[in-house]
Design a protein around this ligand. Structure first.
Ligand code: PMT
Length: 401
């Protein structure tokens, strides 16, 4: 969301029932630091008053090309010149058809033809309409014209049917706008990311694991995808949704993680290992649940799992960048540098785990980056999304990138 700061976004509202959700989107964009102006179709004004948007954005809403009361006679052109991105939410079948055919017969469509910035369209309509061949054709046409489509979601529709046609969630739309505005500096790069914990089963109902939520690794995968990367995310069990538009491989054990990483690492340009892989697994595993024994104590023997990162680092391909994480509870610098050297890494992100706002499970992280050159960079507490982008920035500045 950082990218929205100081950006000029124009929110176009067309006449669908989901128009009532547009103020929420406006608020999310404003909260992220964007200046938002609004253009509405005549039909949209029947669903929601321009006054609502005027009150929220503190500016006049453009509804009519020939309305002398708007602040400029060619308001639609002025708005288009200034705007970094234009988003239509909701977009009806009618506005989609007009845009696909270059029709400019009202304030919104005329404005859209003049926009040079990124254009995002968020369809919202009855599921049968969304499934209609003409609508599908028009959406394909818009995509070919470089429009970004925020696909509708499935669910209960205003027409009291269930299906695909609900306006995408406002957070998802905001995310699409961020993606549209992000520089594609990882285009043509294959990026392999690992995330989440592994589970080492002892019997069918017991395993050893750790509290990794996957948030750090998923944030890296999402940031890399937004920057144009071809991303493969290999993840242990988590409760969060993987980002859209990436190849996602779900694994459980460290062995499965290793097999899948080695299978996909060969032609990766960048490998980032944020997963919390179990160092050990039970030497003996049981087919059935182990029953409580009479003895007060039992002993389990563990054997070492392959150190995936070390193997990758020591067998690095020419030009490949390998980045690790070090999860520490003390002596961060000493331990992280040791891992950087032993595993032949380009960068290692050291983070202190076991704190409420850093490491496992938190939405934020406090990391120190250690580089092959011997330099280090102490970063302040920040969101995992922000940290993900900083790691990618440093990778791109890395000597072999
Ligand atoms: O998932 P979250 O809840 O968002 O939490 C994020 C995180 C704390 C898990 C993440 O920021 C992090 O620190 N990940 C690395 C955790 C870890 O296993 O650290 P480590 O110091 O034990 O291992 C060092 C590196 O070796 C890691 O990159 C790890 O992926 C890798 N490793 C470890 C063991 C092993 N058998 N194979 C490996 O590849």
């Amino acid at each position: 969301m950082k990218i929205l700061k100081n950006k000029n976004i124009v929110l176009g509202v067309s006449g669908g029932i989901a128009a009532y959700k547009a103020p929420e989107l406006l608020r999310i964009l404003q909260k992220a630091g964007a200046t938002v102006r609004v253009v509405m179709t005549k039909n949209a004004c029947d669903f929601i008053s321009p006054l609502t948007f005027e009150a929220l954005c503190g500016d006049a809403v453009l509804t009519d090309l020939f309305d002398g009361s708007y602040k400029s006679a060619i308001g639609h052109i002025d708005l288009a010149k200034e705007c970094d991105a234009a988003v239509i939410a909701p977009a009806t079948a009618n506005i989609i058809a007009k845009l696909a055919n270059g029709i400019a017969d009202d304030a919104l469509t005329t404005f859209m033809l003049a926009v040079k910035g990124r254009k995002i369209v968020c369809p919202s309509m009855n599921d049968a309409m969304y499934d209609n061949a003409a609508v599908k054709r028009n959406i394909i046409r818009l995509e070919a014209d470089d429009y970004i489509i925020a696909e509708p979601s499935e669910g209960y529709l205003a027409c009291k049917t269930e299906g695909k046609g609900r306006l995408a969630d406002c957070d998802k739309i905001a995310d699409k706008i961020c993606e549209a505005l992000t520089t594609k500096d990882l285009m043509w790069k294959k990026i392999l990311v690992t995330a989440g914990p592994t589970r080492e089963f002892i019997d069918p109902v017991r395993f050893i694991s750790n509290p990794s939520s996957g948030k750090m690794g998923y944030a890296i995968a999402d940031a890399a995808r937004k920057r144009g990367g071809n991303v493969i995310l290999i993840s242990g069990p988590t409760l969060i949704e993987p980002p859209e538009g990436i190849k996602f491989i779900k694994i459980v054990s460290a062995k499965q993680m290793a097999d899948n990483v080695f299978m996909n690492a060969q032609d990766a340009d960048i490998i980032i290992k944020a997963a919390a892989v179990s160092d050990y697994r039970a030497e003996e595993t049981f087919e059935h649940k182990v029953k409580k024994a009479k003895a007060d104590r039992i002993t389990l023997n563990f054997c070492k799992n392959t150190d995936i990162l070390k193997k990758l680092g020591l067998n690095k391909k020419k030009g490949q960048i390998v980045v690790g994480f070090a999860a520490e509870t003390k002596d961060l610098e000493q331990n992280a540098f040791k891992k950087l050297e032993e595993k032949n890494l380009d960068i290692i992100a050291g983070n202190i785990v076991g704190k409420p706002d850093s490491g496992f499970e938190a939405d934020t992280n406090k990391a120190v980056l250690f580089f092959k050159s011997g330099k280090k960079e102490v970063l302040p507490l920040m969101s995992k999304d922000e940290l993900a982008d900083i790691i990618l920035d440093r990778i791109l500045k890395s000597p072999v990138a």
